[in-house]
Structures are given as C-alpha cells and as structure tokens.
Design a protein around this ligand. Sequence first.
Ligand SMILES: *[C@@H]1O[C@H](CO)[C@@H](O)[C@H](O)[C@H]1NC(C)=O
Ligand SMILES: [Cu+2]
Length: 305
Amino acid sequence: MKYQLFSFSVLSALLVQVFGHGQVMQVTIDGKDFLGTVPGQTGNPSIIRLVNTGDPIKTAHNPDLNCGTGAQPALDVADANPGSVLEVKWTDEDGQGPWFHDIGPMLTYLASCGDVSCDQFNTNNASWFKIQQDGKTSNGDWVQADLTTGKPAKVTLPSNLAAGSYIMRHEIIALHLGNTEVDPVTLQGGAEFYVSCSQLKVGGSQNGKPLASELVKLPGAYSDTDPGIFDPTIFDPGASYIFPGPPIASFVSGSTPNTAPSSSSKAPVTSSSSKTCMKSTSSAVYPRRLSRIMRALRFEIYGRP
Ligand SMILES: *[C@@H]1O[C@H](CO)[C@@H](O)[C@H](O)[C@H]1NC(C)=O
Ligand SMILES: [Cu+2]
C-alpha cells in the first residue's frame, strides 16, 4: 500500500510535465505570423503578452483573468484592419503539441488602449467589450475541440471597428470539470480559464464603438456560479449553453445573443470519457486513469509519437 501511494504521487508529479495546459504561441493576422514565447523563457519581441505559466486560472475573480497569469506587456504592436482575420494558435505548455482541452467556449474581447500604444498600456483597469464567442457547432461539437487537431482559433475583427489601438483578449474556458463548482479553498474542480492578450493597431476609417453599458472589467464580469461557468448540463450535448459575460457589443454586425442552442443528436458524453486536466494531487489520480497515465509516461520516455 505504501508503495502504491508512493508510485501514484510519482506518477502525478510526472503528469504535471506530460499534460501541461498551454498558451498562445502564434497569432496570424491576415496571413502574417507573429510568434509568442513559451512561459518561463525570455520573451522575444512579440505582440503576444508573455504569461509565466500555461496552467489554468482558477476562480472568476482571479486577477490573472485580466490578461493571463503574470502577463507582461509585449514589445511589438501588430497592424490590423477592420474585418481582419486573426488566427490564434493555442498549444500545449511546451509550445510544440496541440491544445489539449475540448469542452467549453472561446470568447474574444477588445479593450481600447486609448491614446497610448498598446505596448505601453496597463490592462488592469481596462474596459473590455466582447466581439466574438464560439460555443458548439451545429453538430454539437465544441469549436474549441478543433484546437486539439492543431488548428488555430479564428477571430474576425468587426468590419466597422473604429481605428485605434486595441488589446485583443482571447479566452478559453475549459469546462471538463464545469459540472462542479470550483472549491474556493483548494481550487479543485470547476472551470479553468486560459487567457491571452495581443497588442494591435487597427487602421481604416470606421467608427464602430461599444456602448458604455457594454464595457466590463475582467475580472469582474464573471462569477463562479454563472450558468456558463458552473454548468451541470455541460455533458448533455442537447443542452443549450449560456455564454458568460456581456453580450457581444451591438455595433458588431451579426452579433448574437448569449444563449447558443445546440441541435445535437449525439450520444451524451460523460465526464469520465472527457479529457481531464492532470494538474492534480496524487489523491486525484484514480486507478482507472492508469492506462492513459502509462501512455503518457511512454511519451515522456520515448518522446511524442
Ligand atoms: C477604472 O476605470 C473606470 C472607468 O472604466 C474609472 O471610473 C476608474 O476611475 C478607474 N480606476 C482606476 C483605479 O483607474
Ligand atoms: Cu489543462
């Protein structure tokens, strides 16, 4: 028994290395690539604000919800235009493999940097407005699941977005434990937030702006009990999903309400078959996960397939 406990804790220590979570390693704007940096490494010139870990942000009031954990201003600002297509490439924590999670929404916010260039802008008290949110596709799959095949998330800037300097805040809310509420003390369970901010300068001569009532603070706009954050029906593919936060700003054409019905006819997914974050203590590593653990260990020993 002692040996078993010991081996579980060793396994879980290794798992922290094997199953990281991740961050944004590249933003492509109308076909032009801008690279990011792996957490903990020295930041290269980039438009992507460097975070210091790819671990999830827990609780809706965590200050790191602002721009990602320990995010630092980046040195560069990228030119973009109203209607620009941005591809946001999330990877695993080492920056090599694809994103790991596949349940939950992706949301995109902008904040004006005002009169300063966004490399000089402190986002802590920024006023954010929502421009996009992606839930499930018409066949019931989460759009987020596309990222696990190596695809980037796709964001389109509003075609009438006013010229100016903006931080783009791209957010994944991983809900593979979203049928539980986060424990405020142990931080076990509940939604996992992943946030990345990129610095933009939008040209053109449009004048689309959010209403004052559509601006929110982050953290501030979410609570741990919002229906889209603590969602007991998360594994029911027929259930609709209610996005957290404000509605998409009304100037954004084609803006949709926060409830995205799902017309899926798929069999329900169960929490045990969903991908589970392995950032866990030994007590949370269950024997039935051992086969996956052993596979993971082989990756660790022999490298990725
Ligand atoms: C934060 O922003 C709000 C407006 O969005 C402003 O009223 C408030 O004074 C700001 N707080 C700080 C500390 O700058
Ligand atoms: Cu994770």
